[in-house]
Structures are given as C-alpha cells and as structure tokens.
Design a binder for this molecule. Structure first.
Ligand code: PMT
Length: 409
C-alpha cells in the first residue's frame, strides 16, 4: 500500500516519541522506506539506536555533522523523500515551521523541502488549545501541510482532552489515504487566482485594493492537498507561496490574464483575485510632479475580465470555472447575476462590507451558488472555506457533472 514510497520521519520531543519505532514498523510493513531525523528533544524519549534498528538506516541528528553533510546533506535528505512526516510534532516544531525558522537539522530540512509535509501533533491539551498553536496550525494548513489528529484521551501529564498523537496504525492509514484515496484530484490541473492587482499611475504610484490573498492562497493549498497540480497566479501579497503549488507572481490585471492563459489547459479554475476593474489609460513613464498647474486628471481604461475570459466557450475552457462575487448588499442576488454575466459554473458570494472584515481578515462567510442552488456556509476561517470548496470541487469532479455545473444525481 505504501510500496516504494520514501518517507522522511522527523521525530521531535514529546513522550509520544516512544511510539515511533512501532510507527516505523507499521510503515515498513506496508512497503515504505523510512529514514529518520531525530531532534535533540526527540532523543530524550527514543534512542537513535532503536530507530536505526527498525529503519535499517542511519538516523540523522546533527545539522553540522561533517560526515553526514558529506554523505547526505540536509537538502538531499528532503529531496530524497516522497513525503516528510513529523511525528510526534511538538508545539515547538509547529511554531518553528509556521515562522520559517531553521535552527536544527529537522527544521532546516522542513524549510528546504518542496515535498508534501504531514504532521501528527502531540502535546499537552492546553498547549494544543493555546491560540498561538491554533494559529500556527492554521498557517501550516494554509500552506498545504496535512495535519493528522491529534486524538482526544487521557494524557501522560494526567489531563484529558485533545493532544494525544494519533496511533501508528492511523498515521499509516493517513499516509495511504494521502497517496491513494485521499487524493481525489490527482491528475487534475487547477488554476487559482489570488490577491489584488496593482495598476500603475506612474513608476511609484498605483491603484490597488485591500485583498490580502489569504482566501485564494488557502484554496490553492487545499486543492493541492487533494492531489491537484495547482498553478496559483497571484497579485502582490505578503504571504508565502503555498508548499507544493506552482506560484506565478504578477502585478497588473493584464499580467494576470497573460499568466492564466499561459497556464492553460486546466481542468478547474477558481478566480478569487480582486482584479482591478480599471487601470489608468496611460501610466506616466516618469514620476508625476506637482507643477502648480492644477490637479492631474486620471483617465481610466477597462481591464480585461479574467474570469469571463476563462469561462468563455472554447477548447481550452476548464471543465469547472468558479468565480467569486465580492458584494456589499443583496449578496446572493448580485452574485447570481454575475455568474450569468461572466459565464462561470459556480460562484462564491461573500459580503465585503467593511464591518465583515472579509477583505484582509482571516474569516469569511460564503454562499456557494451552483447549478443546484445556493448553499449558505457558516462563518469560518479562510483555510476552512478553502478546504470545503476544494472538497466540494473534488466531489463534483469525481461524481461527474452536467454542462450547467450541477452535480450528477
Ligand atoms: O484576499 P483576501 O483578503 O483573502 O479577500 C478575499 C476576497 C474578498 C478578495 C475574495 O473572497 C473575493 O471575493 N474575491 C473576488 C473579488 C472581486 O474582485 O470580486 P468581483 O465581484 O469584483 O469580481 C467577480 C469575479 O470576477 C471574481 O471572481 C474576480 O476574480 C473576477 N474578475 C473581476 C474583474 C476582472 N477584471 N477580472 C476578473 O477575473
């Protein structure tokens, strides 16, 4: 079931590390090749000798070990894996991963990888529930990291609640799902737009909007987690590129259209970008000066509509085109009209009135309009919206659909 799969298992500090020799055994029984990185904390709970014995391989521990770096550098360690599994994943390693720190061999390998990453958290219930840990988990999910567990139960510290590492058999099953059943979009290409566009007025000034890219990036990461090959075309944002997603950075609406067209053919397109409807008709080649002759007038020109272009009939039209509608009143009504006008199959209506905090914030409330009707989703994090939309797309794609985008019965 995991035949030929190369798993780099990173064992960090926590009492659950005592289960890792059994985890290695379960993974190897299923055909996987397992290589271990053991952190200093992990080595307090399980010995390199034990992990070396069950993997039949060297256990890597030190970033600055000259022999190890000559034989198998930290970059090579992550390149030689099909997936990196962090189990147990302590609160500390999750925080370092979210923050992009590289303080030891484990975190350096994690930062250096472009391979899928899975984490099986294990910690005290209060550490798990702490806002910092939850924010780190959200960040990691939004970058495409798969989180296994944790489970609820009695803990070594005497408390009860979520925080126990998932059992080795369940972790092995999560890997099997990941490589097989858990990847319903494997073989599909998804194109996602995200973020704002910047339309230059002159070399230093531009027209923009408040989009952060959080929603579009979360959708791209969630589609990748379901196995899709994802091209993310993003306007200027401060977010990191999601792991395992081919990200193209653009500035203007016209650049975004060119990058999207270049990325075709695609099976799925999701347009979450807040594309500027207008640009300046003639951007000044030099910085405009106050010359005392009165206020300059900005003449505007209409930008191309990327969603409408992708949704237009043609041989390269993705089978499923999903738009977003950013509205401030009559949210669903305007979204339905937009769906018809732009020719997309589904549209995610969201209220972007300032009091909702949708632009730039972490939460979103979406009404998904499909050929079958309107689904009112509850307010949830943008990561959750991304996961739900990706799953909805996967269900639709695997069930087959009619030309209106309605799901097959
Ligand atoms: O980025 P965040 O801070 O996370 O915020 C998320 C969001 C609010 C930006 C996102 O959820 C959202 O609503 N995106 C669409 C924003 C928008 O431009 O909506 P619209 O109603 O103006 O456009 C309708 C659709 O046409 C959108 O799919 C848009 O991407 C697309 N469009 C619009 C204009 C244009 N020239 N080309 C387009 O493709």
């Amino acid at each position: 079931m995991l035949s030929g799969k190369r798993i780099l298992l990173i064992v960090t500090g926590g009492i659950a590390a005592y289960k890792t020799p059994d985890l290695v055994r379960r993974l190897r029984e299923r055909g996987a090749q397992v290589r271990c990185v053991l952190t200093a904390g992990g080595a307090q709970f399980v010995t390199p000798l034990a992990l070396g014995a069950v993997t039949g391989d060297k256990v890597y521990q030190d970033l600055f070990d000259l022999t190890d770096e000559q034989e198998m550098g930290h970059i090579q360690l992550s390149r030689d894996a099909d997936v990196i599994l962090v189990a147990p994943a302590s609160a500390d390693v999750l925080a370092k991963m979210a923050g992009g720190l590289a303080t030891d061999l484990a975190t350096t390998a994690l930062l250096a990888t472009d391979k899928p990453v899975m984490v099986a958290p294990a910690m005290n219930v209060r550490m798990w529930q702490h806002a910092a840990t939850q924010a780190n988990i959200e960040t990691l999910k939004s970058r495409g990291v798969t989180v296994i567990g944790p489970e609820e139960g009695d803990m070594a510290c005497g408390e009860f609640g979520p925080g126990r590492m998932s059992e080795p058999l369940d972790i092995a099953q999560a890997l099997i799902d990941f490589f097989h059943g858990g990847q319903p979009l494997r073989g599909k290409h998804a194109l996602v737009t995200s973020g704002p566009t910047h339309e230059p007025i002159d070399p230093v000034r531009y027209i923009a909007n408040r989009s952060s890219g959080k929603q579009g990036h979360a959708i791209a990461a969630a589609l990748a987690a379901l196995g899709a090959r994802v091209t993310l075309v993003t306007g200027p944002v401060t977010l990191k590129d999601p792991i395992g997603v081919a990200t193209v950075h653009v500035e203007t609406a016209r650049d975004m259209l060119a990058a999207c067209t270049e990325a075709l053919p695609a099976d799925i397109a999701v347009c979450a970008a807040a594309v500027a409807d207008w640009r300046t008709a003639d951007a000044a080649p030099e910085k405009m000066k106050k010359d005392g002759k009165g206020l300059p007038a900005l003449a505007l020109a209409e930008n191309p509509d990327i969603l409408a272009t992708l949704a237009a009939p043609g041989k390269n039209r993705p089978a499923l085109v999903v738009g977003f509608a950013a509205e401030t009143e009559n949210v669903v009504g305007h979204a339905v009209a937009k769906l018809k006008k732009k020719g997309c199959d589904w549209i995610c209506a969201n209220d972007v009135s300032p009091e909702t905090g949708t632009f730039g914030g972490d939460m979103n409330r979406v009404h998904l309009v499909t050929g079958s009707g309107v689904e009112d989703w509850p307010p949830q994090t943008k990561t959750q919206v991304g996961e739900r939309l990706a799953q909805r797309i996967a269900d639709h794609v695997t069930a087959g659909a009619d030309a209106t985008g309605a799901d097959a019965e």
